[in-house]
Design a protein around this ligand. Structure first.
Ligand code: C5P
Length: 231
């Protein structure tokens, strides 16, 4: 059984504003996408890493990816949504991946994935029939708002987890799940797998594997990356 990684990087990152798509914003002098690619390419357990880019985009080729030659394949086949980008990437890689091979989908916007967490995910899911994802039990008290930024009520946080990436599923199952969910709101791979009536395994992650979403996340990600370099 082989493992492949697929990095959806075809978003515009509108929430961060600005002209540069989020995945190309600099973190400690390198584009955000570099870090996910580097981490996944460095794993001897992952056979190939695909990045899914927006059709015709000009950003990727402006950076130096030579260090990953032979392991990294860019596909210019991004879709309207993250789920569409992932599905397009899976279809583009069809000739190389077997139905029972594992695919790890990891967001370009999560540059602080550690080798330890990646290995933990691979170790815990290797023998699993469904697959699963890195995730974090919710720590904060949860409030439901009324639409006017007033608390309507407090929600129980018991058994609630925040989904992260990588998310790891069999190629055949994931492709079918995403195809079947094409007209539904699907913000991660696990949601599509759940649509097949399957129950992905939650693998305990940590808060450093954050998704860069708002401007204030950028300096935080830079600090985390620096501390990982020192470790
Ligand atoms: O915008 P958000 O942070 O939710 O995006 C998560 C990941 O999905 C990012 O790496 C982004 O580039 C990717 N994406 C994509 N195609 C889209 C939208 C988002 O590949 N149409």
């Amino acid at each position: 059984m082989n493992h492949y990684a697929l990095v959806p990087a075809a978003g515009t990152g509108e929430r961060l504003g600005g002209q540069t798509p989020k995945q190309y914003l600099p973190l400690n002098g390198k584009p955000m996408l570099f870090y996910s690619v580097q981490r996944l390419c460095a794993s001897p357990r992952i056979k190939r890493v695909y990045v899914v880019l927006a059709r015709g985009e000009k950003w990727f080729s402006q950076h130096d990816w030579k260090a990953f030659a032979g392991k990294l394949t860019p596909f210019y086949c991004g879709g309207e949504t993250r789920a569409a980008s992932v599905l397009n990437g899976l279809v583009a890689a069809k000739a190389e991946i077997g139905a029972d091979d594992w695919v790890l989908v990891h967001d370009a916007a999560r540059p602080c994935l550690s080798t330890e967490l990646l290995d933990k995910l691979l170790d815990e899911l290797g023998g699993d029939s469904v697959g699963g994802l890195l995730a974090l039990p919710v720590a904060d008290t949860l409030k439901r708002a009324d639409g006017a930024e007033r608390v309507q009520r407090t929600e129980p946080r018991e058994n609630l987890w925040q989904a992260q990436t990588p998310q790891m599923f069999r190629y055949g199952t994931l492709t079918r799940a995403l195809q079947e969910m094409q007209n539904r709101e699907v913000t991660d791979e696990a949601r599509a797998i759940e649509g097949l009536g399957l129950h992905p395994k939650l693998v305990v992650s940590d808060a450093r594997n954050l998704k860069v979403t708002h401007a204030q996340d950028l300096p935080l990600a830079e600090l985390i990356l620096k501390s990982m370099e020192r470790a």
